[in-house]
Design a protein around this ligand. Structure first.
Ligand code: KG4
Ligand code: ZN
Length: 352
């Protein structure tokens, strides 16, 4: 049978991305224009600049994506777009483009929740990744556990109360004076910290695992700001020398051990909550840039093993923001008739 094809558009943050995905989970074409270097000089994403770059780049990203798939817009079966959450001006660019394309070509239009897209990607081309499942999203933008009951049906279990886990890796790595070639391009310093930690002794500077005391031990939420500040205070107090390679490595190992223990405990707690809700989950899905960390994957694999389910991680390239996940979420929603009118708008703050 002929497979459906969906065009997906993602502009919620600093990636201008698009892809065409088929109903059986093949990527027919994908394009991603990062703006990392645009924002790097400002130490964070500048909303107005991000929107301006989406405006400038999206038309060619779309053209390149269609050309790459050898398709015209009229050949696709639907247009999917990230509707939120994200930066208003950036979301608006993608949503306006998707609405115009869909409306003039009389195509079904599918608005997608960004987190839903991350979560559903694990099912692309995989009949065995079945609902319900527990999902752990760990990146620079997200630190969340949730239950995916079905398409369009999610229950958030835990979320960070302050910094995301990726931010914590990046800030601690910076405080430790670590460098990484890709970081200039906005790739983050997480890989530099992971590499330093591999040479370090985590026991030399023991750090407390966040939210491990009785008052917050039962909460499935996350907190990384305290851990980050702890490292900075130790450095400022001269407890270690950020210019000495062994001190860097030992501190990196200590931080990673505490951060990973925190992720492991709260993921285990999320699984327990899911079971208490009567959810018999088929697997744990982990995604986001931090899910490419080997220690994180090992820890989550241990949680999954204790729960007697597999751990499913999309390939690292698709763990980060991309158009493929939006196109795939579009496939899943289209199949269930979850369409949106051409008049719909983006939603900046949008709980799942
Ligand atoms: O998903 P992502 O590429 O972008 C979003 O933030 O949405 O995640 C980037 C984050 C950065 O903070 C980066 O330092 C972190 O993921 N990261 C890592 C590793 N690779 C990327 N953190 C720890 N260990 C890694 N190997
Ligand atoms: Zn994301």
């Amino acid at each position: 049978p002929a497979q459906i094809r969906v065009l997906g558009i993602e502009t919620s943050c600093d990636d201008t991305a698009a892809a065409v995905v088929s109903g059986d989970g093949r990527i027919l074409s994908e394009t991603n224009r990062h703006q990392h270097s645009v924002h790097a000089a400002f130490g964070g994403i500048v909303p107005g600049l991000a929107a301006a770059h989406h405006q400038a780049n999206l038309p060619l990203v779309l053209r390149q994506t269609l050309l790459g798939a050898g398709l015209r817009i009229g050949d696709v079966d639907a247009v999917a777009v990230t509707r939120g959450p994200g930066m208003a001006a950036s979301l608006g660019v993608g949503v306006a483009a998707a609405k115009a394309l869909a409306a003039v070509h009389a195509l079904p239009l599918v608005g997608v929740h960004h987190m839903e897209a991350h979560a559903l990607l694990a099912r692309m081309g995989r009949d065995d990744v079945r609902f319900p499942f527990v999902c752990v999203l760990v990146s620079g933008g997200h630190t969340t556990t949730l239950v995916a009951h079905d398409v369009n049906r999610y229950t958030t279990i835990g979320a960070t109360r302050d910094d995301s886990v990726g931010e914590a890796f990046d800030k601690v790595a910076r405080d430790l004076g670590l460098a990484w070639p890709d970081a200039q391009d906005g790739g983050g310093l997480g890989p530099a910290l992971e590499q330093a930690a591999a040479r370090g002794d985590a026991a030399r500077f023991p750090l407390p695992v966040p939210m491990d005391k009785s008052a917050s031990a039962a909460s499935p939420d996350f907190s990384f700001a305290g851990l980050k500040t702890h490292v900075r205070r130790m450095r400022d107090a001269g407890a270690f020398d950020a210019r000495a390679p062994q001190d860097q490595a030992d501190m990196a190992a200590a931080f990673q051990r505490a951060a990973v223990a925190h992720l492991r405990k709260k993921t285990a707690l999320a699984c327990r909550r899911a079971r208490a809700m009567g959810v018999d989950f088929s697997c744990i899905v982990a995604s986001g840039g931090v899910a490419s960390n080997a220690a994180v994957r090992r820890a989550l694999a241990a949680v999954a093993e204790a729960e007697r389910v597999p751990l499913e991680c999309p390939p690292p390239r698709l763990c980060t923001d991309n158009g493929v996940m939006v196109a795939w979420a579009g496939v899943e929603r289209l199949r269930r008739g979850l369409l949106d009118p051409y008049t719909f708008d983006f939603i900046q703050r949008w709980p799942l």
